[in-house]
Design a protein around this ligand. Structure first.
Ligand SMILES: NC(=O)c1ccc[n+]([C@@H]2O[C@H](COP(=O)([O-])OP(=O)(O)OC[C@H]3O[C@@H](n4cnc5c(N)ncnc54)[C@H](OP(=O)(O)O)[C@@H]3O)[C@@H](O)[C@H]2O)c1
Length: 237
């Protein structure tokens, strides 16, 4: 059975959870990884209850040994690996301490290197699909988002470099720019007033984003896309 490894899995109604559900519905055994046992177990359990195959794994994307152990646990048959970890850490540059900037870089960029490297090591020589979750900040810097923009921009450039480095060896690397707020638990429960202001039409659908990842995964070798962007019809961009 082909396997999918998704890191950055929190609630079921989050992007990581939605990606796990989508790839399980496509017939893959999904390894759902995040730092909280209860969260990854909940995602895996709900996939199994729906008839799919899934395993929850506790892993920290910023820890080299933890990322390697995650891929070892997933074993053979790796078909797709998705780097979804990332925190939007706002703040003015002059108010930021060094640790704050560095922690944004660790989760949004450095972890992508650790994860991408381990995935490609296992994909070769057969090939596979490596996908990264981006954000508006992947494409442009914005006031009050210096740390996040620097990290997500770095992740995008890493992804593009890897796409060119390993494409010829059969590894399809893709990047999905999520341009706006996601209509998931993070915004709806964490920032209810913001969610209310945006309204349902102003938040990107989890299923719609998962469609984008599935589209990249299903592309034939002679017609690969590196990047897609996803936003609502009302997003100003
Ligand atoms: N939410 C939005 O509106 C939005 C908008 C644009 C782009 N994005 C991007 O979408 C992705 C996440 O989507 P989401 O907000 O819906 O969240 P999510 O996919 O529901 O959850 C992501 C989970 O990643 C886990 N995580 C964080 N740091 C980690 C680490 N170092 N190692 C392993 N797991 C880690 C966290 O769970 P634990 O704390 O349990 O580990 C978190 O709940 C991010 O890349 C983000 O930049 C989000």
């Amino acid at each position: 059975m082909d396997t999918a490894v998704v890191i950055g899995v929190g609630p079921l109604a989050g992007l990581g959870g939605a990606l796990c559900q989508r790839f399980a519905a496509m017939g893959l055994h999904v390894f759902a990884a995040g730092r909280t046992q209860a969260q990854v177990d909940n995602v895996a359990q709900s996939i199994r209850a729906a008839g799919g195959e899934a395993t929850g794994v506790v892993a920290d994307a910023t820890d080299e040994a933890s990322v390697a152990a995650l891929f070892d646990a997933a074993g053979d048959g790796l078909a797709v690996a998705i780097y979804n970890a990332g925190n939007n850490q706002p703040g003015r540059v002059i108010d930021m301490d060094a640790e704050y900037f560095e922690s944004a870089w660790r989760v949004c960029c450095f972890g992508g290197f650790l994860f991408g490297r381990e995935a490609v090591r296992r994909f070769l020589p057969k090939g596979g699909t490596l996908l990264f979750t981006g954000a508006s900040a992947s494409m442009r810097g914005r006031a009050n988002f210096g740390a996040f923009s620097a990290a997500k921009g770095g992740l995008r450039n890493l992804a593009q470099a890897m796409a060119k480095e390993y494409g010829p060896e059969g590894v399809h690397v893709g990047h999905v720019v999520v341009d706006g707020a996601i209509g998931g638990e993070k915004i709806m429960q964490g920032f209810p007033q913001y969610a209310e202001k945006l309204g349902e039409q102003g938040m990107i659908s989890l299923e719609g984003i998962a469609d984008g990842f599935a589209y990249l995964y299903n592309q034939p070798r002679r017609a690969w896309t590196f990047e897609i962007d996803v936003r609502t019809s009302v997003e100003r961009w």
